[in-house]
Design a protein around this ligand. Structure first.
Ligand code: DC
Length: 230
């Protein structure tokens, strides 16, 4: 197959805990392409709603908020930073309060519509690796490369448990596993359908793979479709 050396989108979708972020970041860094964490955008909207005390069912206020907020993403010395109306919120968007609401916020149709438009706008004219849930199905159904990552709930819970331990966060494994299963069901059964595998996506089960093995397989797959070195 002829390889393209123009701009392209590499869509990496999948459940939380499958290694999407690390993988997408590594690929972007190694091959000098743009990385976009679309989950962080939903997190910024969630934080903005919390800051303004806007309820999940107040669609008018949510629409007004979406008209006025400004979300910026930058990479500073290799670190991804997120700004909400000029304030660096990179840490705040990962905190518990945002974690607790982001899934529900991401299911609000007007929020999805705006975020998808923004993601398309930001990707224009770029070589980009975009990580999320609906990139290959909805945001860029014609993406040059589509990867869909899965892993067993037990393995993903174990990974989160270990990450937490490193950060000094003490949540029992059983509780994490319950939350992983709850979030999976929520993401997959949503009427706005966030998490779905595109028919033409390449699926990889990462349960038994190390990060290095996962990356090797994905890079090989990407190279079949686009010229990463161009
Ligand atoms: O990847 P993450 O955990 O940072 O994502 C935060 C939330 O946003 C998660 O509940 C799923 C949702 N999300 C989405 O609905 N669509 C995307 N493209 C990315 C994330």
């Amino acid at each position: 197959m002829e390889k393209m050396c123009k701009n392209y989108v590499i869509a990496i979708d999948g459940e939380a805990g499958t290694g999407k972020s690390t993988l997408a970041k590594n690929i972007a860094k190694k091959y000098g392409i743009v990385y976009m964490d679309t989950g962080a955008m939903y997190r910024c909207v969630t934080l903005a709603m919390l800051n303004e005390n806007i309820r999940l069912d107040n669609i008018d206020e949510i629409s007004k908020l979406l008209d006025t907020i400004k979300i910026d993403m930058t990479n500073e010395n290799g670190e991804d930073k997120f700004y909400l109306n000029g304030e660096d919120v990179s840490t705040k968007i990962r905190e518990k309060q945002v974690n607790d609401y982001v899934s529900q916020v991401s299911h609000i149709p007007v929020v999805r519509e705006r975020m998808v438009n923004l993601q398309r706008e930001l990707a224009k004219g770029k070589k980009i690796v975009m990580e999320g849930r609906d990139i290959g199905t909805n945001v860029f159904p014609n993406a040059e490369v589509k990867i869909y990552l899965v892993a067993s709930a037990e393995e993903r819970a174990k990974r989160r448990f270990e990450q937490n331990k490193e950060k000094g966060i003490d949540i029992p494994y059983e509780e994490i596993l319950k939350n992983v299963i709850f979030r999976d069901n929520n993401d997959k059964s949503s009427s706005v359908g966030t998490l779905k595998k595109a028919e033409d996506a390449f699926e990889i089960d990462t349960t038994k793979l190390t990060m290095e093995e996962e990356e090797k397989i994905v890079v090989e797959k990407i190279r079949e479709k686009v010229d990463l070195d161009a």
